[in-house]
Each structure stands twice: as structure tokens, then as C-alpha cells.
Ligand binder design. Structure first.
Ligand code: WT7
Length: 577
């Protein structure tokens, strides 16, 4: 009943009329607004700070920060400009060169946001990694990227110290809160509170195609891939933040994603700041009252969240929301997983506003399909392609767009928009495989209806989406195999009411080991410590053997189908390669 209801939205918004924007769209609209001409230097770091200050906004708050311990800090665009210059200069002094990879291994502390800008200013490639990553996850990504420096906090230093000997390219570890710490060789302290603020730094003259950010993302096969972005991405991120998230000069914006993932950089740093918009950051985990209290205190007006978070809020009921004054909220958007119609309707009850689903990927760099403010919402649909993005649902065999609406196929995008990745680090073959018949293949399945709305169906691969975070089965299986009791293993998605999917592992034990709850917990913790809490299997099934193809490849599909109560398909063909 709900799913077919269309929510009419009539209000003033930046995008104006979606249909009108489609006609004659050109990314030059954004370039002009940003004051950038083709061929000019383009450095995202400069655009987020110096340019905003030149527009007369140096005293405007850029970052309203709250820590898990209740500490608060405010940084203006002027502060950001001077402090990011200081970071850029410090990194240059340490001998870091343009195009070297500099990793941010930090909680969501102010230093993360400031250093992000500073690294770009000195021409480095930012490699943000989630601070809850364990040693193995960290090692894989730092090795692959040949990372030269890591910025971190005391509390995460131990992990880096333990893997350092295996990282020949890593020259420097920069500790942003090193007070009272005995630093070792190759470790330096950088305290932004005492570092002199720098009026001028010789900005690295990046151009549109200069590499900017390296985000690691998981696929079905092999270890995670480094998605390589360039400074030109700014054009897409600026305009989508303005038209989809509807950011305006008087907004206080909150994106609750961690910059370890692309949402936290594209829309947790670049989108708002390139628009000169104030953003608030809460460096602590989920808590309904904590989150609502934050919205209330900070007068948040635009909120970019995720379905898992919304489902957690739903569990608390609308009464928890009603205990707070949330009247500052003006626009809500969501990303990362399918947003179920119930969540859209619930958010209207709780906040008087529907969440607007947006769809994109690490590789696309910006929102590519979305529900726009002012456009009718069909709850459960991802909406329509952003103007300037040509998207279609392709017949999986011909890779031509389906002619009739309602047929399931793979989502293809015509390459060429500014924030599309330019490659996978060290992996040209993996990148080439993403393109066929003139399309970039997202790896997601969907349908499109007669009105042009896209509806998500599922992923086309074995990647597990847990709470909006992609987990590669291969990475989990590799970690499991390092446990002394594990002979073979398969990791698949298991349905979960809040996180949509969680990791479930199937394990065949080596002779001499007995299955049981103790071993199960031990193996779970083993993966949590090596990889991350997200990649940890929530359930382990001990089995005698795993289904394999004739040539010996484990068939995750069979295990997954059983978890989802889906037909397994023709086993005789499945067992062939
Ligand atoms: C994958 C990309 C882009 C920011 C978040 C994650 C899934 C993303 C939606 C949505 C259904 C979605 C897709 C996609 N996904 N948004 N609105 N509805 N599924 O970036 O880690 O690269 O993950 O997340 O499967 O391919 P990412």
C-alpha cells in the first residue's frame, strides 16, 4: 500500500525543476560558479578554504566539532585556511613530495579534516582509512598504496608500530596528540594547537587530472582496490551537494559518515566546504538521544545519513524524536543501502520530512541517481539520474538498455563525468573490467519504471553490504585462513533486520579441532582484531566441506541462497566453472 504512494513535494530548492535542469545540462554550470576555467590549476584544498575566504567568509564557522567526551571546538574557514597551510608546510618539511600517498588513520577529530585539506594543498594523495581497522586491513591497504606517511593518534599508534617493519615505503608516522609519548625513529609529533598558523603556503599547482584521493573499496575477488580520484571531482561534488543535498549559505549540515568511506569525504568534507557551508561533526557512535541532542544543539538543517542508522532510530520509536526540538531540520537524505519505504514514511512521522534516497559508489565519486528536493518521492525508489549522468538499466547479456520498463538488469553509466575514478591503484585490469559496450558497469541490479525512477534490486556480485559498508568476502576468507583451526572458509551475506546484511562464515576445520561456541567466539574476535568490527562474522557455521566447482572454486552463491531462502539454481551448471 505504502510503496505505490507518491509523496508530492512542492517547495523552493536549489535544483529548481529537475526536468528543466536536464535540458542543456553542462558541468560548466558548476565550473563557472566555482570560478574555474578549463586548463586553469585546480586544487581542491584551495577551493575549500582560500576561495571561500576570498568570498568574504573567513569568519564563518566551517566546522562545529564535538568529541565523544563532550569537548567542543569551532573552526572558521579562516582557521581552516591557516591551519591547513601549516599542515601542508609541515608535511613538506618532513620531505613528503607531491603525488606521494599520505594516509589519515584518525578518528573524526578536527586534525583529520584539517590535514585532509593540507595534504591536497601540498599535492599529496590523501588515503583515508577507518580508524577501527585492524592490523591486517591496514597493512593490505598501506602496502598496496606504497604509503609514505600516516597521520594518526596515540591510541592507534600501536597497530602501526606492529606492522611497520613490513612497510618499506612508510617513512614517517605523524602523531597529532603525541604529548607525553616517547616517539621512536621515524615518528614525529604535529600539534595543531601549537603549530604556527601560516598565512601563505606555496600551493601545489594541481590540474583537473592530478590525483587527489585514494579510497579503498572491496570487490568480490582479491584484496580491496584503491579507487583513484582526481581534483576534477570537485566539480561534481560541488554541484551535487548544492542540488541534491540542497545546501545553502545559512545551513548547518551534518553528514554522519566517517571519511574512511567516500561519503565522508565527498559529502563530509568537499561538498559542504566547496559551497561555503558550515558543517557539524560528532565524533562518537550511534545513540538516538545523543544524535537528536546534537541536531537540537547545533540546529542542524540538512542531514545526510544511512538506512542502517535510520532503522536504529526507528527501533526507538517516534517518541524519542519528539522529546527533542528538531524543527531546524529542513532536508534529509540517505545513502549506502536500499532505503525501505517504511523508513521514508517513518521519517515523515518522526521529523515531518521524508528521507531522500541517493545512490552512488566509491567509484562514481558523486551521487549519480537520486531523489531531488521538489521532485515527487516514490518511497523505495532511488530516484532519477543526476543531470549530466546518463544511466540505464542494461540487459545483462547484450549490455544494451532494456527497452521496456520494469525489467531487471545491471545499472550502467556513460563514463566521463568529473568525479568518476580514473583507475584502480596498481590494478589496470580490474579497472578495465568495469567497462563494456561503452558503459561503466556499477555491479548493481535494478529496474527502471515508466516514469524513469530507478528501483534497486541487488548487487551483481558476492560483496557484503553491512550497514552501508562493503565487505569483500575474499578479505574475510583470507583472514579466517590465518587462524590455526581453519582449513577452508567462505564468507557470505546473511540478512539482518538493521544492518541489511551481516557477514556469515562457513568453516571447515582442520583435523583435531572441535566445533563449538568457544571456538566460534575465538574466530570472530580473531577477524575483528585483524580486519575490523564490520568485517567480523556475526555467525559461524562449522561444516564438513564447502560447495565447490569442478575445478575447486568455492561457490559462495549456494551458501548465500540458502541464507536468503532463495532457490539455489541448477547445481549441475553451478558446479561448472
Ligand atoms: C554500493 C557502493 C556511495 C556511498 C556509499 C557507499 C550500495 C549505495 C545505495 C542505495 C541501494 C546502495 C550499492 C553500491 N548502495 N547506495 N541508495 N540503494 N544500494 O559506497 O562503499 O562504494 O558502496 O553500495 O551496492 O554499489 P561504496
Amino acid at each position: 500500500m505504502y510503496a505505490t504512494e507518491i509523496l508530492e513535494e512542492k517547495r523552493l530548492c536549489n535544483i529548481g525543476s529537475y526536468e528543466e535542469r536536464l535540458g542543456g545540462f553542462n558541468w560548466a554550470i558548476a565550473e563557472k560558479e566555482m570560478g574555474w576555467g578549463r586548463g586553469d590549476p585546480l586544487n581542491i584544498g584551495w577551493h575549500l578554504t582560500d576561495r571561500i575566504c576570498r568570498l568574504g567568509l573567513a569568519r564563518k564557522p566551517a566546522l562545529l566539532w564535538e568529541g565523544s567526551d563532550g569537548r567542543e571546538r569551532t573552526y572558521t574557514f579562516g582557521d581552516l585556511r591557516l591551519l591547513s597551510n601549516a599542515v601542508a608546510a609541515a608535511l613538506s618539511r618532513l620531505g613528503l613530495q607531491p603525488s606521494e600517498r599520505v594516509c589519515l588513520f584518525l578518528d573524526r577529530v578536527p586534525e583529520l579534516y584539517i590535514a585532509f585539506v593540507g595534504i591536497l594543498k601540498m599535492g599529496g594523495i590523501v588515503q583515508p582509512l577507518f580508524s577501527a581497522f585492524g592490523e591486517e586491513s591496514l597493512l593490505t591497504r598501506l602496502l598496496d598504496a606504497g604509503t609514505a606517511a600516516v597521520l594518526t593518534q596515540k591510541k592507534h599508534l600501536g597497530k602501526l608500530r606492529r606492522i611497520r617493519a613490513r612497510l618499506p615505503a612508510l617513512r614517517t608516522i605523524v602523531v597529532v596528540d603525541a604529548e607525553g609519548l616517547a616517539l621512536k625513529d621515524g615518528e614525529v609529533a604535529l600539534d595543531l594547537d601549537s603549530e604556527p598558523r601560516l598565512e601563505r603556503f606555496p600551493l601545489f599547482p594541481a590540474t583537473a587530472e592530478t590525483p587527489s584521493i585514494l579510497h579503498y573499496t572491496s570487490g568480490t575477488t582479491g584484496q580491496p582496490k584503491g579507487a583513484q580520484h582526481v581534483h576534477h571531482s570537485l566539480v561534481s561534488q560541488y554541484l551535487t551537494a548544492k542540488w541534491v543535498l540542497d545546501l545553502r549559505s545559512d545551513d548547518v549540515y551534518w553528514c554522519n559518515a566517517d571519511p574512511g568511506w567516500v561519503t565522508g569525504t565527498s559529502y563530509g568534507i568537499i561538498g559542504p566546504w566547496s559551497n561555503g557551508v558550515t558543517q557539524a561533526v560528532l565524533d562518537s557512535g550511534f545513540g538516538a538521544d545523543r544524535w537528536y541532542g546534537f541536531i537540537e544543539r547545533r540546529r542542524i538543517s540538512v542531514w545526510y545519513s544511512a538506512p542502517t542508522a535510520i532503522r536504529l532510530l526507528m527501533r526507538e520509536g517516534t517518541q524519542t524524536a519528539k522529546r527533542h526540538d528538531l524543527s531546524s531540520l529542513r532536508h534529509l537524505a540517505s545513502v549506502g543501502e536500499p532505503l525501505n519505504p517504511e523508513a521514508v514514511h517513518w521519517s515523515r512521522e518522526a521529523f515531518g520530512l521524508p528521507f531522500h534516497d541517493t545512490y552512488w559508489q566509491t567509484e562514481t565519486g558523486c551521487i549519480v541517481i537520486s531523489n531531488y528536493p521538489g521532485m515527487p518521492v516514490k518511497p523505495g525508489s532511488m530516484g532519477k539520474p543526476f543531470p549530466g549522468i546518463a544511466a540505464a538499466v542494461l540487459d545483462p547479456t547484450t549490455l544494451e538498455p532494456h527497452r521496456e520498463p520494469g525489467r531487471v538488469g545491471v545499472i550502467g553509466l556513460r563514463p566521463g563525468w568529473p568525479s568518476m575514478i580514473r583507475g584502480y591503484w596498481n590494478n589496470p585490469d580490474g579497472y578495465a573490467k568495469k567497462f563494456a559496450n561503452g558503459w561503466y558497469l556499477t555491479g548493481d541490479r535494478a529496474t527502471v519504471d515508466a516514469d524513469g525512477y530507478f528501483w534497486f534490486v541487488g548487487r551483481d556480485d558476492d560483496v557484503i553490504n553491512t550497514g552501508g559498508h562493503l565487505v569483500g568476502p575474499f578479505e574475510v576468507e583470507s583472514a579466517l585462513l590465518e587462524h590455526p583451526a581453519v582449513a577452508e572458509s567462505a564468507a557470505v551475506a546473511k540478512p539482518h533486520p538493521v544492518n541489511m546484511e551481516v557477514v556469515k562464515a562457513f568453516i571447515a576445520l582442520k583435523p583435531g579441532f572441535t566445533p563449538g561456541p568457544d571456538l566460534e567466539i575465538e574466530i570472530m574476535n580473531f577477524v575483528r582484531k585483524r580486519l575490523s568490527p564490520i568485517a567480523m562474522p556475526q555467525e559461524i557455521a562449522f561444516v564438513a566441506s564447502l560447495p565447490r566447482t569442478r575445478s575447486g572454486k568455492i561457490v559462495r552463491r549456494v551458501l548465500r541462497a540458502a541464507e536468503w531462502g532463495e532457490p539455489v539454481g541448477d547445481l549441475s551448471t553451478l558446479m561448472e566453472d
